[in-house]
Design a protein around this ligand. Structure first.
Ligand SMILES: CC1=C(/C=C/C(C)=C/C=C/C(C)=C/C=C/C=C(C)/C=C/C=C(C)/C=C/C2=C(C)CCCC2(C)C)C(C)(C)CCC1
Ligand SMILES: [Fe+2]
Length: 355
């Protein structure tokens, strides 16, 4: 289901995807050529993600499916307590508290396995986010079969999870250890096999092979789909370079806000009739304003929940706080993935005929 209005797609490319390519390419060049990045700067994107793009991108999950099914559900505080928005919030709230609660118990019982599950979930979820862009935000997609789409999902989700492991295993290990240490500092040793040269070599060459095969298969399609293939190749190459060169905490934090979350925000704007009209009129700011209004209340609730979780592990260090934040994000991610997977189904992302 390519998004209906050409102008809306063009607005999205002009105001979102292209500026983000330029930003990530500039960061890559600066890091490659400049002095080492100061430690605190590494953590800045994750800190900002509490308020901007990162946390908010999931905070309208209660409106997402309603709007995808054609309802003109309004966001904002008043609507949260009335009508169909209230009913949808109740259903999505139960989903969040049940799945988030189960995952929290999982962390308490098996922290190392829970960390690995989080990486796997993120792989899937960040891949599905990019798959939507590759099938719905282009004029005509080069991903004509479900197998191609599964391959694209594996490559796109694998880039932020695997390339940093290949390029900077020590920083990766520290982040993994600080997440696991939120529950049990001794449990991080169970992750050692992830960081052996053999595991990294297999993971890196495997992902490289998948990337090449995915692009090679896509390039054999009709000339009409050439622009979509070129976009895929350009983004895949850019992300390889970016995750190879930029330190993982900075790279993943920026990617989380500027790539994954921003793309999801645009997807949500296109579901909201008034925001979509604004995009179709080449006006991205009013569309972003409507998203922000919808996202404020539950971002605030989520922030309070994070503060409550962090209070159990008082800390002054940025790396310990990042560990707690990742555990918190994993609890939100599980129900968020369910919502986005249902959205994919509603929008026909896996039905090549319709998307
Ligand atoms: C609706 C609702 C709500 C809200 C919600 C929200 C707000 C959501 C969100 C969501 C989200 C917000 C999600 C997110 C996601 C994220 C992610 C998924 C991330 C990941 C990451 C990672 C995994 C990383 C890692 C690392 C690093 C950092 C470095 C290097 C190494 C590594 C790679 C390991 C509430 C609960 C209030 C209520 C109910 C309803
Ligand atoms: Fe997401």
């Amino acid at each position: 289901m390519a998004v209906s209005s050409r102008t809306a797609r063009r607005t999205v490319r002009r105001t979102t995807t292209r500026p983000v390519w330029v930003a990530l390419a500039a960061v890559t060049a600066l890091v490659a050529l400049g002095p080492p990045v100061p430690t605190l700067l590494l953590y800045l994107p994750f800190a900002l993600s509490l308020l901007v793009l990162g946390l908010p991108h999931g905070a309208v999950d209660h409106l997402t499916l309603l709007r995808a099914r054609g309802a003109t559900a309004e966001g904002g505080l008043w609507h949260l307590l009335h009508g169909e928005t209230r009913d949808a919030l109740a259903a999505v709230g139960v989903l969040y508290f049940v799945l988030g609660g189960v995952y929290l118990v999982g962390w308490l019982l098996a922290p190392a396995a829970s960390f690995c599950l989080f990486v796997a979930l993120t792989w899937f979820h960040w891949g599905q986010g990019d798959l939507y862009v590759l099938v719905s935000l282009v004029e005509e997609t080069h991903l004509r079969t479900r197998a191609q789409r599964a391959l694209a999902l594996s490559v796109r989700g694998g880039l932020p999870m695997v390339v940093p492991l290949v390029a900077a295993p020590e920083q990766y290990r520290r982040v993994a250890a600080s997440a696991v240490a939120t529950v049990d500092p001794g449990a991080a040793a169970a992750l050692d096999p992830l960081f052996t040269p053999t595991t990294r070599l297999v993971a890196g060459t495997g992902l490289l092979a998948l990337s090449v095969v995915a692009l090679a298969v896509g390039s054999r399609r009709a000339p009409r789909t050439r622009p979509a293939w070129r976009l895929d190749a350009l983004e895949t190459g850019l992300l390889w370079a970016y995750f190879l060169l930029v330190p993982p905490i900075l790279a993943v934090g920026l990617y989380f806000c500027l790539w994954h979350s921003l793309r999801h925000v645009v997807r949500l704007e296109l579901l909201d009739a008034r925001a979509r009209d604004a995009l179709a009129a080449s006006r991205s700011l009013p569309a972003f304003g409507r998203f922000s209004r919808d996202a404020v209340p539950l971002t605030a609730v989520a922030l309070c929940l994070f503060v409550a979780l962090a209070a159990f592990r008082p800390t002054g260090s940025a790396s310990t706080l990042l560990g707690v934040y990742l555990v918190f994000l994993s609890l939100l991610t599980l129900p968020h993935v369910v919502v986005v997977t249902l959205l994919d189904r509603t929008q026909g992302v896996w039905r090549p005929g319709s998307a």
